[in-house]
Structures are given as structure tokens and as C-alpha cells.
Write a protein that binds this ligand. Structure first.
Ligand SMILES: NC(=O)c1ccc[n+]([C@@H]2O[C@H](COP(=O)([O-])OP(=O)(O)OC[C@H]3O[C@@H](n4cnc5c(N)ncnc54)[C@H](OP(=O)(O)O)[C@@H]3O)[C@@H](O)[C@H]2O)c1
Length: 324
């Protein structure tokens, strides 16, 4: 049986095509956010013949069973749901525990129940903040491995995201959890760290940035390409029920990232001054060390994401249109 044709999105282009019940569909949930937008923008990386269905928070409330049933009513065994929806206000979550739990834990559980019932593949995106982050770096110089989570996350955001991971794998043992970290797009208008540093470079003579938190800065476009590669490779045994880490390679402090941004825009890196977390107390304590190892990603046969410094260079060059 052929379903009515309707305008849809194939490989990033709005086209009118005939969609049959067997046309594999990739639902991008959280499509209005940073990663969801990048996934749509990079959908040329999607396998041929896959249909992309972006779902924003206007189309689906992941924590509401009725809303999920309506938005994913057609879900079938060839379909993929990439969940980029999350409550990402890390400081705000400290005083809105119920709100964070609803989106980061209940929502993924509801999605996983639906994908499990339909036999579809759920790819759920999570975070380095599931690690308490106090472990000395010397224990894990190449970063944490997926099974290293022990102890409670230090923040409500991290705790609710960890609860979401566990709920997903409980409800749908074929799902794949992909943790990432320190995601930025880097455009001059973007609200992420790199965009903020670009604006501060214009506005201030010096900027003080914490130099005692080590993590894995990740260019959102590289992450989106990695997720499309994962989708294209399919729900194989290596990734079914697995937790994978997908970040740009290497490690850096926020100070390192800020200094690199200044270099990239032709400013003196000495205008970025190192400071400490103690000097900048925030409602949610940031992990001192949350570097993620890329070993699980490579072991699943996926292309390692390039080094963070090369990715930062590319992000700024691409936002200025100076890379092809
Ligand atoms: N950004 C980072 O540095 C970072 C680091 C590590 C991991 N991650 C993870 O990466 C994923 C994507 O993050 P991101 O940076 O793209 O976040 P984002 O820009 O904040 O996007 C999150 C999206 O989720 C939507 N959303 C919120 N509640 C929803 C609900 N109940 N139902 C449906 N949609 C809902 C939001 O819509 P509205 O805006 O309309 O509410 C927003 O479009 C998340 O899982 C996040 O935890 C991000």
C-alpha cells in the first residue's frame, strides 16, 4: 500500500516524494536544538533513500505518552529515532529538578518504550556530565571509557541524564547511547562557548577563563557526521545495547579553547587569562575531569572524530565561509 505523498525532507532538501510504509525514516527528535539542527544540515551524509523527519518541541513532547504516540505512530522496524531532545540548562536544573527529570529521564524512557514496541532503533544522546569528574586524570589519561561511570554525578543535569541512559537501555535493550561533550557550533552569533568567546574578543580587552576543568571540546558538525555514519552502519551487534563515546579527539581546558579561539580570529592569545573554578562559582559544580575516550567509537568500526584543535579551526573557517 502506498501512503499519500507529502512534502518531506530527503538528505536535507525539501522535496515532494512518494513515501511508502517501507521507506526507512530517521526521526530527529529535538530538531530545533543545536545538535538537531546540525543533523538536519548534514543530512547529505544520510544513507540514500532514507527520509528525515525533524521533530521539534512543537511537534512532540517526549515526556508525554500521548504526544509520542501521535508523533511516532507510524514507527516501524526499519526506522531510526535519534533523540537530541534534552533539558540542557545545567545551572537551571539545580533548582528545577522535576523539569530536568521529566525531559532527561522520563522522556527517553517513553521514547524507548515506543522504539522497543515497534522494533525501531533508538539512538539516544547523552553527556560527559554523567561522570562525577573528580577522578585524577592520571587514572584515565586518554579519557573515560563507557563503563567507567561509578558514583553519583555531581549535578542534577548529570544525574537526570544518567537516569535517562539507564531507562533507555532497560526499556529497549537494542538502543544505542552516544555520550558527547562540550558541544559547540562556533558561529559568531551562536550562544555556545566558542561563539561567546568570539563576541567577548570584540567587546573586551581581556577575558578570564577557567583552566582547571579538562574535557573534550566537540564541533557539532563533526558529531552530526559521526551520528549519520552510525545510522548508515545500522543497528549491528557492536552497537545494539551499547554506550559509545563520540567527541573530537584530544583534551583541553576551557582556557585552552578560549585561547585557541582568539588565535583563530587573529587576536593575541595572551588576552585570555587563566583562572580557577573557585573564582567562578556556578550553581552546578562542573566536573574537573570529564575527558571521554574515543576507543568505544573506533571499536564499533566508526571513524574517529578529528582532533579538537583542527575541528575548532574548521568551525571558525566554515562559519566565515573560507573553507569549501
Ligand atoms: N551542548 C552541549 O555542550 C552538550 C554536551 C554534552 C551532551 N549534550 C547532549 O547533546 C544532546 C543535544 O544537545 P543540544 O546542545 O542540541 O541541546 P539544545 O540545543 O538545548 O536542544 C535541546 C532541544 O530539546 C528540545 N526539548 C526540550 N524539552 C523537550 C521535550 N519535552 N520534548 C521534545 N523536545 C524537547 C528543546 O526544544 P525547546 O528549545 O523548544 O525547548 C531543544 O530544541 C542532549 O542530549 C545533550 O544532553 C550536549
Amino acid at each position: 500500500m502506498t501512503v499519500e505523498s507529502w512534502p518531506t525532507r530527503v538528505c536535507g532538501t525539501m522535496v515532494r516524494m512518494r513515501v511508502t510504509p517501507s521507506t526507512p525514516t530517521v526521526y530527529i527528535v529535538g530538531a530545533g536544538g543545536q545538535l538537531g539542527t546540525a543533523l538536519q544540515g548534514r543530512s547529505a551524509q544520510a544513507p540514500d533513500s532514507v527520509v528525515c523527519r525533524p521533530l521539534t518541541s512543537a511537534d512532540i513532547d517526549i515526556a508525554d505518552e500521548t504526544s509520542v504516540a501521535a508523533a511516532l505512530g507510524d514507527l516501524g522496524p526499519d526506522d531510526v529515532v535519534v533523540n537530541c531532545a534534552a533539558y540542557t540548562d545545567v545551572d537551571g536544573a539545580e533548582s528545577d529538578v522535576d523539569g530536568a527529570r521529566r525531559v532527561n529521564a522520563t522522556g527517553p524512557a517513553v521514547l524507548a518504550a515506543h522504539t522497543a514496541a515497534a522494533g525501531a532503533w533508538l539512538i539516544h544522546v547523552s553527556t560527559d556530565y554523567v561522570f562525577p569528574g573528580a577522578a585524577p586524570a592520571s587514572d584515565r589519561p586518554d579519557g573515560y571509557e563507557p563503563d567507567d561511570v561509578s558514583g553519583e554525578p555531581a549535578t542534577v543535569y548529570g544525574a537526570t541524564k544518567l537516569a535517562g541512559e539507564r531507562a533507555v537501555l532497560d526499556a529497549d535493550p537494542r538502543a544505542t547511547v552516544v555520550r558527547t561533550a562540550w558541544v559547540y557550533t562556533g558561529g559568531p552569533e551562536s550562544r555556545d562557548f566558542v561563539g561567546t568567546m568570539r563576541r567577548l574578543e570584540q567587546a573586551r580587552e581581556t577575558v578570564s577563563v577557567v583552566d582547571d576543568q579538562l574535557g573534550s571540546p566537540t564541533y557539532c558538525i563533526d558529531l552530526a557526521d559521526g551520528l549519520w555514519e552510525l545510522v548508515a552502519a545500522g543497528p549491528r551487534a557492536e552497537v545494539a545495547g551499547a554506550v559509545l563515546h563520540a567527541t573530537n579527539a584530544g583534551r583541553a581546558t576551557w582556557f585552552d579553547v578560549a585561547a585557541a579561539v582568539f588565535e583563530e580570529v587573529g587576536a593575541e592569545r595572551s588576552r585570555v587569562l587563566p583562572t580557577t573554578t573557585a573564582e567562578f562559582p556556578r550553581p552546578a559544580p562542573r566536573p574537573a575531569y570529564s575527558v571521554l575516550s574515543g576507543r568505544s567509537w573506533a571499536a564499533a568500526g566508526l571513524t574517529p572524530l578529528r582532533d579538537w584543535r583542527a575541528a575548532l579551526h574548521a568551525s571558525i573557517a566554515e562559519s566565515e565561509g573560507s573553507l569549501p
